[in-house]
Ligand binder design. Structure first.
Ligand code: PLP
Length: 306
């Protein structure tokens, strides 16, 4: 069983927020576990519990070369004494980037798939063939979202978070949003900021929620206007924002998820979206392990991780 550290909520102090009558806080999921930070801790928790219960010796999952999910799965499997296999999209390009190096150091076996093979990641025949080749494994899908993951992300909010009127989180597959949506109280508004281009995510998230709940909870919104060109795309404005945020509040963000989420919420604050008296909780889903690889890839410097 993975054990969580206490997760601090940190208040952001700013004369602007005071003047608007707002409180803005950050929930530091990035500090939940030294090796398995962020929302991935919650997404993996019950998956690994089930894998152990069912007597599995190895975990297999899929992801990109900079994936927070790959990184976290390798660490989590190692901490429970299980083998892990990472099916990585794309060719091997030595030397390993920091994400894959740390996964490999944690004992993950990396297998590289060309893009068309990778697309078979959910194909039962492909998975059956893999089982024949490498033996039984517990499968965690790309991005880690399944029923067990949502069960875990329903535990992100604690009792004390009931005081917040608004909650905000980044969206990739939507598993984290779905868990928070079904774990929050009805009078809290949840805003999800999609890191991917496109409106398909609305339907995906609806299906995820209706898989675990009988109806959509009230006051949930998804904003698809802050992808900054698409998944893993950035702009100088976003990078400046991440540095400014770090300088003012001492909290590092990542450019793929949390930076876009915080940018969007700050923009909404400026535009008067939140009425005076609002207490806003930004959920820091982690992702900082990817910053070093991002900098190596793009030469764009980012704040150091906590
Ligand atoms: C994976 C990830 C997300 C997206 O989570 P989903 O459950 O796939 O929506 C958000 N933030 C960070 C930092 C992540 O690593």
């Amino acid at each position: 069983m993975l054990t969580a550290r206490p997760i601090p909520n940190e208040k952001l102090s700013s004369p602007d927020f005071d003047a608007a009558g707002l409180e803005v806080w950050v929930k530091r999921l990035d500090l939940v576990h030294p090796e398995i930070p962020g929302n991935k801790f919650f997404k993996l928790k019950y998956n690994l519990q089930k894998a152990v219960e069912f007597g599995h010796k190895q975990i297999l999952t899929f992801g990109g070369a900079y994936s927070n999910h790959i990184h976290a799965t390798a660490q989590a499997a190692q901490s429970l004494g299980m083998n892990s296999i990472g099916m990585i999209r794309g060719e091997l390009t030595p030397p390993l980037n920091p994400t894959l190096q740390s996964a490999s150091d944690a004992g993950m076996k990396l297998i590289y798939l060309d893009r068309s093979t990778y697309r078979q990641k959910t194909d039962p025949d492909f998975l059956a063939k893999l089982r024949k080749e490498i033996g039984q494994f517990y499968l965690i899908p790309e991005g880690g979202t399944n029923e067990r993951a949502i069960q875990g992300t329903q535990e992100i909010l604690s009792q004390e978070d009931n005081k917040f009127t608004h909650l905000a989180c980044a969206i990739g597959t939507g598993g984290t949003f779905a868990g928070i949506a079904t774990g929050k109280s009805d009078n809290q508004e949840l805003i999800g900021i999609s890191s991917l281009k496109g409106a398909f995510i609305m339907e995906d998230v609806k299906n995820l929620i209706l898989h675990t709940a009988s109806a959509l909870p009230p006051r949930i919104h998804i904003d698809t206007d802050f992808h900054f060109g698409g998944y893993a795309k950035t702009t100088p404005e976003l990078i400046d924002f991440i540095w400014d945020f770090y300088t003012r509040f001492g909290i590092p963000l990542d450019p793929i998820y949390t930076g876009k989420m915080a940018f969007a919420i700050f923009k909404k604050i400026k535009s008067g979206y939140f009425p005076a008296g609002s207490k806003i909780l930004l959920i820091h889903t982690g992702g900082l392990q990817g910053n070093q690889g991002f900098t190596e890839r793009t030469q764009i410097k980012l704040p150091p991780s906590a």
